[in-house]
Design a protein around this ligand. Sequence first.
Ligand code: F6R
Length: 367
Amino acid sequence: EKAGFKHFMLKEIHEQPRAIEDTLRGRLDREHGDVHGHEIGLSDDDARSIKRVFLLACGTSHHAAMTGRYYLESIARIPTSVELASEFRGREPMIGEGDLVVAVSQSGETIDTLIAAREAKERGAKILAIANVIGSAIPRMADAAFYTHAGPEIGVASTKCFSTQLANLMMLSIWLGKRRGSLDEAKARELVEAMARLPLLMRDVITGTRQLVCNLAKRYRDARDVLFLGRGLNYPIALEAALKLKEISYVHAEGYAAGEMKHGPIALIDSAVPVFVLMPKDRWYERTHGNLQEAKAREGQVIAIATEGDESAHSLSQDVIEVPDVPEAITPFLTVLPMQLYSYYVADFKGTDVDQPRNLAKTVTVE
Ligand code: F6R
């Protein structure tokens, strides 16, 4: 049941350290700085000969896939595209032999993802499913299934399934990178060790940020519009933060690539708009920091999600939600947690039906 939590969503947010632990179990090869990849369904030769990867997904799973693209490109060095399954369908896509399709779907039943993967399979691509529900339709039609082991997710808003999808996408990238010779030993070890520490780090972030995030939700619950900005690995997290807020609290929110602000949306910012800026210390930091200053100059209520000890973030923002200093590839696992909590608390203050938002279904089997 809800184990003392008010809603399944809050319980599932708190379960993420355990869910990640289950997902990583038996798969991280810490001795060799590698991943046990037999579930991926590819031979070492296949791994070397893949020309391109296509990630197909919808909704929250699409956001995980967007982060997955960074992993596949920077860790495995394979050209990768991310596609909304509903847009990929029927487009006569240029895809075929030598291409790997990774269909990412928590339920394994989303009809658009299923049909898109089928179309790709008919054209000769190999299909790998990343799914949570064992034996569901997408893993059944795929050539192989690399399951997340998040456990049953009851809340309609996906939380622990999202973070375990990130874990599988990261493991897939490490496994491919090692076989293709594109990932050096030291980097592989660094990533595997950082992943092994994730359950502890995630627990610390949840317990360490929860009170502040709850206070922020209380303060901004009546904001009409909310913006989330991020770059690179954290751009999909900005999109995910906005989706979560929309779907359970019915607040209008937008996630934006921080660099796009000056191309239009900055006009929206005034003193009534909370602007969350995802800016951990990574290769994009300086530029995102510049965007924070722009938002502040327009009197937005700026809240930074930044690395512990970032004095500059503290001096420029109204509030700072701190996350530990980790290798940049790991940051999305941590930055997403306070964003999930924020949408949860806003919804709870508003008194919406958190686990069963209006108009939404857990599994979307209609087109
Ligand atoms: C949002 C949410 C949805 C799903 C989407 C795809 O919180 O859960 O956006 O991510 O409907 O579902 P799956 O992953 O089952 O294919």
